[in-house]
Every structure is written in structure tokens, then in C-alpha cells.
Design a protein around this ligand. Structure first.
Ligand SMILES: [Fe+2]
Ligand SMILES: [Fe+2]
Length: 248
């Protein structure tokens, strides 16, 4: 069991100070129910689906990467109401987690056994992508490795005939052509992200960079899992439960 304030302090101390200073809209605590925390559910997204699952799991706290999205209008209000009705505390960490060494892109890059990893790909003043070297292997072998690590099927687009040895990972919605600029400048042969787009494919084809598209939700869950494991390591007897979401 743990007190909410103690959990909040542990979370804040996990991040370097400047990671939380200038991104206050990118993370938040909705700690509205003052109760001992026994069970934490976690997921990439904060949606009616995940909040309902957290309720079924008897969670006292839901930890997510994304907050309910404001551009979905009444859906955000509905999510907040579901949290209220079921007395579930919630916190979300978006960009700070994307830019963290225990976070989303770094977590997937580590799971793929990348070496010489470095942060790249700027996003609102933070670097949210990770470039690095990978054991030299065929494109098909790398696709298989991604599916094993993500526990999900991926979409793959081979745009060169070389062995894969240098990779850029940007988890989640990395389908902007500007995201690929970091793969170009880091001389990567393959770009792994969550979402796909026609512009991205044309740009990747031109630069002969393979694309592996693993889904927004599943590419980010490894970082959320790492984050939650770090939090509960400071407490005795806190139960955790990963919510299995559809991989959109
Ligand atoms: Fe992310
Ligand atoms: Fe995301």
C-alpha cells in the first residue's frame, strides 16, 4: 500500500528537474480521491476503454502516457466523469516520458538491443527519438524481432536492399516527414515508429530508409511499463496490472 503523496514524490524524483519545468501541460496528476493505493493499472491511453478496464481491475490509480485528448471534445469530459464515478486517481506523463531514459522510445530501442543510443528528433524543446546501432540483420529478421518485442504484428515497407544496422525509433505518432529527417541525419537505414502515412512513405522511399510501423499504442507501452515498474520498486506490496489495449 502507498499514500498518493508518496507516489507523487517518487514520480517527480524520477525525472530530471528541467524535464518537468517547461512541459506542465504534458503531464498531470488528477489525484482526487485520498485513499491508500493498493493496485495500479497502466496503459498507453486514457480512454473509456482503459478506464473501464481499470475499474474492472479494482485499480485505485491509473497511470497512462496520454491524457484524454482535448481535441475529442466531449470524450475528454466523459473520461474525467468515468474516473470520478469510479473513484480512480489518474496521472499521465507524455513528453517527459518520451524524452526519458526509462521512457517510450528508449524503452523500445533497449528492447531491440540497440547500442550507442542517442536521443534525437526535437519535439517542443525535448528530444523524443532514439537513434542507435543494431545487430546487423536482414529486414525480415528485424521485422520479426519487432513483432516479438511488441507482441503485435507490424506493417513493414522495405525501401533498400542492405542489411539493417542503424535504426531510429520514435514511438507513437511519428508519421511526420520531419520525423524522418532525424533518421536521415543519423544515417539510419530503418525507421521504426507507431503510425504510417503516405507522405512518410514517399519521403522514406526517396531516402531509401525502411519503415516498420508497430502501432501507436503498442510501441509506447514498453516505456509506460518501465515507468510503472520504477515507481512501484519504492513500495512494498503494490500490485500492478497492464491493460491490453487494441493496437491503433
Ligand atoms: Fe509518446
Ligand atoms: Fe503518443
Amino acid at each position: 500500500m502507498a499514500k498518493l503523496d508518496d507516489i507523487k514524490n517518487v514520480i517527480i524524483e524520477l525525472f530530471p528537474e528541467n524535464a518537468l519545468n517547461d512541459t506542465t501541460w504534458e503531464y498531470g496528476f488528477k489525484f482526487n480521491f485520498d485513499k491508500q493505493i493498493k493496485r495500479i493499472s497502466y496503459s498507453t491511453n486514457s480512454t473509456p476503454f482503459t478506464i473501464t478496464k481499470a475499474t474492472e481491475n479494482n485499480a485505485d490509480l491509473l497511470i497512462t502516457h496520454h491524457d484524454a485528448w482535448p481535441f475529442m471534445n466531449e470524450q475528454k469530459e466523459y473520461c474525467n466523469k468515468l474516473l470520478e464515478d469510479n473513484e480512480i486517481n489518474h496521472c499521465f506523463f507524455h513528453t517527459p516520458l518520451d524524452a526519458s531514459e526509462f521512457g517510450t522510445s528508449y524503452g523500445l530501442a533497449s528492447a531491440l538491443e540497440m547500442e550507442n543510443m542517442k536521443f534525437t528528433a526535437p519535439y517542443y524543446g525535448h528530444l523524443v527519438g532514439v537513434a542507435g546501432d543494431i545487430r546487423s540483420q536482414s529486414f525480415n529478421d528485424l521485422v520479426t524481432m519487432c513483432e516479438k518485442v511488441l507482441y503485435a504484428s507490424v506493417h513493414s515497407y522495405q525501401n533498400n536492399d542492405n542489411l539493417c544496422s542503424r535504426v531510429l525509433v520514435i514511438t507513437g505518432g511519428g508519421n511526420e516527414t520531419s520525423n524522418l529527417d532525424s533518421a536521415i541525419s543519423e544515417k539510419c537505414d530503418t525507421y521504426i515508429t507507431g503510425e504510417y502515412g503516405m507522405y512518410l512513405q514517399h519521403y522514406a522511399e526517396y531516402h531509401k530508409i525502411n519503415l516498420i510501423i508497430g502501432g501507436h499504442t503498442k510501441t509506447e507501452i514498453i516505456g509506460v511499463r518501465n515507468f510503472v515498474k520504477r515507481i512501484v520498486a519504492d513500495f512494498n506490496g503494490l500490485q500492478i496490472c497492464e491493460i491490453d489495449e487494441p493496437n491503433y
